[in-house]
Design a protein around this ligand. Structure first.
Ligand code: NDP
Ligand code: 13P
Length: 333
């Protein structure tokens, strides 16, 4: 009899919980790593995550919650990373290089390694020697809240190797999720990071009382800004920026009521400090960290990015949102 495929989902937040639900549609075993033993106990008792996406029912016949990361990784041939970028380095470095060999590693993280400003996939290959054909990312417009409600969603699996991409796409495809594969792994990994910053800008302008007319201009200028940056870093003749992984994810994060980044930006526009907005949110807005990294990378590239510059100045230079958005406004077309 063929051995049942084992997948580790690493992370205890909303996205990890939603991915566990999607994977539970397959005939596989899911070793779900959550960092606190008390959360493992809660999941085993109540069949739900205590703090994030708690309305998702966890099918314990397929899902095995575990707080021992080493064991979860040992038991699995596919690893899916779904922790916020701020914590991923520390979590990954708690295991040795050997632990990651000959496994497919999939990043569901829409952020970069802090301070180093590396993509998660680059970090995995430089730090642990993971082969490029074993690396994938999960991109596309998909909020965990809608996965919980089984609303039809589309995911794009970014891969360098088509066969690996197809394997991961197969794992994440189900009744309510359709998947496709893109070989533009770098392009969509950067796009997934940058759209979070744009959603913060959308939230800020909404908080400052700008309307839908302005937001449409902001988002269309943002797509050009993202394209300029990604094309400068990783030129490609095959990049399709109007695809779901670029434009689709930009739109959903900029407009959705569920977006953490838009919600965070809205609070900033309404006068909250960064600290108070973060405390009130309970969930992570990746764009806060991403804008620092992208701004640093751009010091060498000097690409014209007025939206990203405005968000950086507001969040890190303590500039007035109203003043910065006025400056940005004059640069949009
Ligand atoms: N939510 C979504 O719909 C989607 C999210 N993503 C991406 O998934 C990634 C994870 O985000 P998401 O699931 O939303 O995050 P959440 O905000 O839902 O959860 C935060 C997670 O971070 C953990 N955490 C907090 N502090 C620490 C720490 N010091 N060390 C280790 N872990 C810590 C929390 O654990 P604890 O409760 O124990 O503190 C919790 O599991 C992000 O990159 C995001 O962009 C991608 C697509 C969709
Ligand atoms: O990436 C996402 C949807 O595709 C999630 O975005 P938020 O973190 O802003 O909710």
């Amino acid at each position: 009899m063929e051995k049942q495929l084992s997948v580790a989902v690493i992370g205890g937040g909303s996205w990890a919980t939603a991915l566990v639900k999607i994977l539970s549609e397959q005939n596989i075993l899911i070793h779900w790593w959550v960092r606190k033993e008390e959360d493992v106990e809660h999941i085993l008792t109540y069949e739900s995550n205590p703090r994030y996406a708690s309305d998702i029912h966890i099918n314990l016949t397929k899902v095995k919650p575990i707080s021992d990361l080493k064991r979860a990784v040992e038991l699995s041939s596919v690893l899916i990373l779904a922790v916020p970028s701020a914590f991923v380095k520390e979590i990954l470095l708690s295991l040795d290089k050997e632990s990651y060999q000959n496994k497919i590693i999939v990043s569901g993280i829409k952020g970069m390694i802090p301070h180093e400003n590396k993509l998660i996939t680059d970090f995995l290959s430089f730090e642990f020697g993971v082969k490029s054909e074993h690396l994938c990312i999960i991109a596309g417009p998909c909020h965990s809240e809608e996965v919980a409600m089984e609303k039809k969603s589309y995911l794009t699996i970014g891969a360098s190797d088509l066969e690996t991409g197809k394997k991961v796409a197969g794992l994440l495809s189900c009744r309510f999720v359709k998947t496709s594969v893109s070989l533009d792994l770098y392009g969509i990994e950067y796009a997934a990071i940058m759209k979070n910053i744009i959603a913060i800008a959308c939230g800020i302008t909404h908080g400052l009382n700008y309307g839908d007319n302005f937001q449409a201009v902001l988002v269309s200028n943002a797509l050009q800004e993202i394209s300029r940056f990604v094309n400068a870093l990783h030129p490609s003749d095959h990049r399709v920026v109007c695809s779901s992984a670029f434009l689709g994810d930009l739109l959903v994060t900029s407009y959705s009521q569920f977006s953490r980044n838009r919600t965070f930006g809205n609070m900033i526009g309404r006068g909250y400090s960064v600290k108070s907005a973060q405390i009130e949110m309970n969930m992570i807005a990746e764009g806060y960290y991403a804008v620092k990294g992208i701004n640093e990378i751009n010091k060498e590239l000097s690409i014209d990015m007025p939206i990203i510059k405005a968000v950086y100045n507001i969040l890190y230079e303590k500039m007035s949102p109203a003043t910065e958005i006025k400056i940005m406004e004059s640069k949009l077309t």
